[in-house]
Design a protein around this ligand. Structure first.
Ligand SMILES: Nc1ccn([C@H]2C[C@H](O)[C@@H](COP(=O)(O)O)O2)c(=O)n1
Length: 219
């Protein structure tokens, strides 16, 4: 029996990665934030990123942070990722859910989180911990018994490679790097990792059988 793969994403990695992927949609030139809301069955019930309200076009409103013209500062207008994730909810209510968010929620988001019934915040960065709005946020979350904890990922990067879907069963090649144990012959390849072998196979399909038969394993 072929066992399942072992390098799949764990739930928390997956949810935080969804939050980070959503952040890729943000037009904020300085800070892109994403949020992902999950219920007790590990079902995603809301996703959001920081952006201007509907109808307030991204090119019509300034993304400035410290403009002399106070009305040019984005903070007056931008909807935070947590707010958008809550407003984007795809179910009647999100009571008892967990929100995964890249940055610790500000005081305004804490209000919405509390009022929505979310019971836990999982965050990556608390870089504004010293600021009043974060201190106030924690004061309210604590008073409302909304738990919060930092997520420390096992891996710093998750790569989404769209070409992966095209791999055939040849991608089930040995995962550990192997080296050639004899002089290279035409068509031979050394598997330095399954990816390279698969890419080579895809480029030279006429050699597929030859290369497959002659793939060197071991040292
Ligand atoms: N928990 C958070 C914190 C921040 N944001 C958004 C709001 C702004 O677009 C940006 C913060 O601005 P900056 O750090 O550049 O002053 O990040 C959010 O959505 N959720």
């Amino acid at each position: 029996m072929t066992s399942k793969r072992t390098d799949y994403l764990e739930w928390q990695e997956y949810f935080m990665a969804i939050a980070f992927l959503a952040a890729k949609r943000s037009k904020d030139p300085c800070t892109q934030v994403g949020a992902c809301i999950v219920n007790d069955d590990n079902v995603i019930v809301g996703i959001g990123y920081n952006g201007m309200p509907k109808g307030c076009h991204d090119d019509a409103f300034s993304w400035a942070k410290k403009s002399d013209d106070k009305l040019e500062n984005k903070h007056l207008y931008v909807c935070h990722a947590e707010l958008n994730a809550i407003l984007n909810k795809n179910c009647a209510d999100i009571k008892g859910c967990t929100i995964y968010v890249a940055l610790f929620p500000c005081n305004e988001c804490a209000k919405v989180i509390i009022q929505s019934g979310i019971k836990e915040v999982v965050y990556m960065s608390d870089k504004h911990a010293h600021k009043c709005n974060t201190i106030a946020s924690k004061k309210m979350l604590d008073a409302a018994d909304v738990k919060y904890r930092q997520f420390i990922p096992k891996k710093n990067k998750i790569v989404i490679d769209f070409s992966e879907i095209d791999w055939n069963n040849m991608s089930q090649l040995p995962e550990t790097p192997v080296k050639r144990n004899k002089s290279a012959e035409e068509g031979d390849i050394t598997i330095t990792n399954g990816c390279e072998a698969v890419q080579h196979l895809q480029k030279t399909p006429e050699k597929r059988l030859k290369v497959k038969d002659n793939i060197s394993i071991g040292l």
